[in-house]
Each structure stands twice: as structure tokens, then as C-alpha cells.
Design a protein around this ligand. Structure first.
Ligand code: PLP
Ligand SMILES: N[C@@H](CCOP(=O)(O)O)C(=O)O
Length: 495
């Protein structure tokens, strides 16, 4: 499989998977995308049902990473997706399911379920891809005898997932930018209490988008990037997205019982039953993976993009206007990891929507940089969005509180604030006979303040996180200036 930039001008393209594994943006400022999508067959889908998570991940990754030999890939996925690593499961299924599908109940003539993606070391869906990335990076660096300085941005969960995945890894240093004082107390403690010598936390005086802009500025500085061997772990990195594709397949495979599979034992892909997914969204990385799964042929009816009060994406899918917000307009909410007003991966979807016309994509994102957005309202592209299954909705603090209370009362299940945004919006799109799967993106303990407000008690806390907020914290506060961050990286980078 070869990869090209969404903006079309990346030198030396197309590239292989290993070529683009460690980097971030393409050299022309675009994002890497596969030249085309590998398509699955109905028989393949039926075969996937016999596989455990590690084997399923190997099958799907092999379609995108054909420059890693199959045995190595199998060993890497087997080492990553273990019951020991994804051990924080609370409700359904054995831990070895890795991402159990947990049925809430029947609503609107269908089944409403949660796909548990937060059972890994840091209790958020980021662990699903990040643990694999840690092992892939180790493989690539060992091959090249190289070192890597990872510069990343987080609104709360990517940071801890990356740091837990990379801590102690030889030749790797992590410089993680987070918005100063804008994450939950638990999220801050998770990141800042690490004292591994290869981990550096930088609290940026700004919002998440400022952190992300700095990461992109560094990624766009080819000389700095090369001199300090800068890599990235945000979802601008293609490997992050592709690792997230796997659990859409897993969710689909778990959504139907044996009788339904038997009834479709000979059915072609078009006749297989469909599911819908609702995805709490901010940077568009998670739902972008759903889009890719759908483009590969996974029978998905709807991809529901759920936002919080920071509703840039909801506005786009309702009206066609993509209008990014300034730092001052970005709200600090109780689903803080989604407090994002410039969604990095949205460009990947626009690339498909514009039928891979990279000049048009470049023009649209130049308009984002110079005029703050673009408007597809009333154009054929806006009409075409429905063919991709996308719909959207937003929720707010009151909705989150009401949804957390309702799910707790009806189903004896405590959900986190981001998953609550998802459940709230999913309920607007239930269709009889089409199972609705909401991606559970974090565990409630990460947002204890809001859970207390909603339920009047503390969420359950895994034993390994008891007392974490009281540990000493290690963080350097910096202004939202790329040059200041570069100077810090240059001073502390791995040789
Ligand atoms: C808990 C949680 N939910 C949802 C999101 C939004 O996901 P994405 O940025 O991939 O759209 C994030 C951050 O990415 C998150 O940490
Ligand atoms: N919500 C994320 C923001 C970064 O998203 P990413 O998927 O691009 O890494 C976070 O929790 O940090």
C-alpha cells in the first residue's frame, strides 16, 4: 500500500507505510492517505468473526502496512492486544475481548450498546492505537538504529496514552504539550506525575488548538524536524488512525448473534445487516477511522459525529460551513478532551469528499488558514456527504448530566462525560433494526468532578490509580509560541 498527501505535493511520493510511520504531516502540510482503500469481501468478514482481537488487528493492518512482514506484524499485534494490557474492563465479556460490546438496552426499536474502548493502561480509547504505536516505533527504530523525539499535543487523553506507551523506551523522548489548567485533575495527575527521564510535559498557556498548531509548525519545519528526528503520535499520524479502524470491525462482528450470522452465511456484502456508530468527536481521528472502515466495505449505516459545545464539526455536517473558532471562542467544557475547534483529520474526509482532488483540498485549507474556513452549503459536495453516512449532533453540560443520570438509573452503568455526549446524540438517530453502537471513549473516573455532580458519588477507581492526584507533578509552563517549544525540545532531545 502506498500513501500520498491530501495536498498532493509531497516530494518523493507515493510513500510506504514505514516511510510515513514516524512522521507527522506530509512535507506539503497535508496528511497522508492510502492511494486507495483495500476492500473486504463478505467471506473475509465472516472469517474475521473467528479471530481474536490481535489476529483481527493483524489482518486489517496487513492491508495497510504491506512493507512489514506478516510474522512481524502478527508478533507486534499479539504483544500489544493482551488481556493484561487491556485489563480495566468493568462490565461485559471476558477481558480478552479487549473491546467488549456492552449492551445497554432496547431503545427506538433497536439495541443501544457501548463499545468499551477504554480498558487500557490510561482508561481512554487512545490506548487502543497508542500501545501499538509504541511497539511499531520500537520495531522501526531498532531496524534503523535511530532515536526519536516525539512532539505531541493533548487535550487530556492522547498525552497520558502516549507517555504510558513510550515511557522507558530506549531512544525515544516524549515532549507533550497540554493546555495549561484546562484538563481534569485526574488527567493532569496521570501525565504530570510521571517522572521517567524520557518524558517532558509542557503546559501551554492557551487552548488545545494552540498546542496542535505548535506541533504542526514544528512538523512543517523540515530542517528542525530532520535535525532533531521529530516524530508524532497525534492522529495526524496515519498509523494512529489505521489502528483505530480495527475496533469498528470488532464492534460490527459483536453486534449480531449466531442466528443472524447463520442467516447471512452466503450473503454478499451489500446484503449483510448494517450497524450505526456514534462517535464522541473533537479532532475527527476516531470517526475518521470509522469512515475508513466503511470505505473498506464494513456495512455501516450511519456515522454519527457527536460534539460538545465546541461544535465546529456539527455545524459542518448540518450546514456545509466549516468555520474554525479562535482560542477565545473555544469553550472550556466538562468533556474537555473534545474542546477542539480545528479538527486535524477533517482534511482526510474532505480529500475523499473532493474525490481526491488534492489541489481543491489545498485551496480549502488555505482558506481555513487565511479566512477561518470554507462553506460547501448548496454545493454538490454537501449533497454527497449523505452517501458517506455522516450525520451529527451536539450536546451541552446539562445534556451530559441528564444522560449520565439516565444511563446510570436505567442501565446501572456509569459513563464518562464524552461518552455521555455520544449517547445523548445517538438517541436522535436510532433506527429500528439497526444496532446503534456508541464508542465509549473514556472511563468516568477521569472526570470525577462531573460524575459527582451528576450522581452524587465518586466513580469507581481502579486500584492502580488510587491517590494519583496527590503525587508530585512534573511540568514546565510555556507560552503558546512554537519557537519557545522548539528551544525546549532542542535542549532536551535525544541524540
Ligand atoms: C475521551 C475522548 N473522547 C473523544 C475524543 C475525541 O476524539 P477525536 O479527537 O478522535 O475526534 C477524545 C480526544 O481525542 C477523547 O480523549
Ligand atoms: N482529544 C485528544 C486530542 C488529540 O487528539 P489526537 O487523536 O489527534 O491525538 C486528547 O485527548 O489529547
Amino acid at each position: 500500500m502506498k500513501y500520498v498527501s491530501t495536498r498532493g505535493a509531497a516530494a518523493g511520493q507515493p510513500h510506504s507505510f514505514l516511510d510515513i510511520l514516524l512522521g507527522g504531516l506530509a512535507p506539503d502540510g497535508g496528511l497522508f492517505m492510502p492511494l486507495d482503500y483495500p476492500r473486504i469481501t463478505a467471506d473475509e468478514l465472516r472469517h474475521f468473526r473467528t479471530l481474536d482481537y490481535a489476529a483481527l488487528a493483524c489482518e486489517i493492518l496487513a492491508k495497510f502496512a504491506d512493507d512489514i512482514d506478516r510474522d512481524t506484524l502478527a508478533a507486534l499485534t499479539r504483544r500489544t492486544y493482551t488481556a493484561e494490557v487491556y485489563r480495566h474492563t468493568r462490565r461485559a465479556g471476558p477481558a480478552s475481548d479487549i473491546t467488549p460490546l456492552s449492551t445497554l438496552g432496547s431503545e427506538g426499536g433497536t439495541t443501544l450498546s457501548l463499545l468499551e474502548l477504554s480498558n487500557g493502561p490510561t482508561l481512554a480509547f487512545k490506548d487502543m492505537a497508542m500501545q501499538l504505536l509504541g511497539n511499531l516505533f520500537e520495531h522501526a527504530l531498532a531496524r534503523d538504529h535511530a532515536t526519536l523525539n516525539i512532539v505531541g499535543a493533548t487535550s487530556g487523553d492522547t498525552g497520558s496514552a502516549a507517555e504510558y506507551a513510550m515511557r522507558g523506551k530506549r531512544g525515544v523522548r516524549v515532549f507533550m504539550l497540554s493546555p495549561h489548567n484546562k484538563m481534569s485533575a485526574f488527567q493532569r495527575a496521570q501525565m504530570y506525575s510521571l517522572d521517567d527521564p524520557n518524558i517532558f510535559n509542557l503546559a501551554v498557556q492557551g487552548v488545545f488548538d494552540d498546542c496542535q498548531d505548535i506541533v504542526k509548525a514544528i512538523s512543517n519545519d523540515a530542517a528542525f524536524k530532520a535535525r532533531h528526528r521529530v516524530g508524532t503520535v497525534n492522529s495526524i499520524n496515519w498509523a494512529r488512525v489505521v489502528a483505530q479502524v480495527v475496533y469498528y470491525f470488532k464492534g460490527y462482528l459483536a453486534a449480531f448473534d449466531d442466528a443472524a450470522w447463520q442467516a447471512h452465511a452466503e450473503a454478499p456484502l451489500e446484503a449483510m445487516p448494517k450497524v450505526s456508530f456514534t462517535v464522541p468527536s473533537g479532532n475527527f481521528g476516531n470517526v475518521c477511522a470509522g469512515h475508513i472502515a466503511r470505505m473498506m466495505g464494513l456495512p455501516i449505516a450511519r456515522l454519527v459525529v457527536a460534539t460538545n459545545e465546541n461544535d465546529v464539526l456539527d455545524e459542518f455536517f448540518r450546514t456545509g460551513a466549516y468555520r474554525v473558532r479562535s482560542a477565545a471562542e473555544t469553550r472550556q467544557t466538562t468533556s474537555p478532551s473534545m474542546d477542539i475547534s480545528k479538527a486535524s483529520n477533517f482534511e482526510r474526509f474532505v480529500f475523499d469528499l473532493f474525490e481526491r482532488d488534492s489541489a481543491r483540498v489545498a485551496g480549502a485549507f488555505e482558506a481555513v488558514a487565511s479566512q477561518g474556513g470554507f462553506d460547501l452549503g448548496g454545493t454538490p459536495e454537501f449533497d454527497a456527504i449523505k452517501h458517506y453516512g455522516f450525520v451529527s449532533g451536539r450536546s451541552n453540560h446539562a445534556d451530559r448530566i441528564a444522560t449520565i443520570r439516565d444511563v446510570d438509573a436505567r442501565y446501572r452503568t456509569t459513563i464518562d462525560t464524552h461518552t455521555a455526549d455520544g449517547v445523548c446524540v445517538a438517541r436522535r438517530y436510532l433506527e429500528p433494526g439497526v444496532p446503534m453502537i456508541v464508542l465509549e471513549t473514556a472511563q468516568p473516573v477521569k472526570f470525577g468532578e462531573t460524575i459527582r455532580e451528576a450522581l452524587g458519588h465518586e466513580p469507581d477507581r481502579p486500584a492502580d490509580f488510587v491517590g494519583i492526584e496527590a503525587l508530585p507533578q512534573h511540568v514546565t509552563v510555556v507560552p503558546a509560541e512554537a519557537e519557545r517549544v522548539k528551544a525546549f525540545v532542542a535542549e532536551h532531545s535525544a541524540d
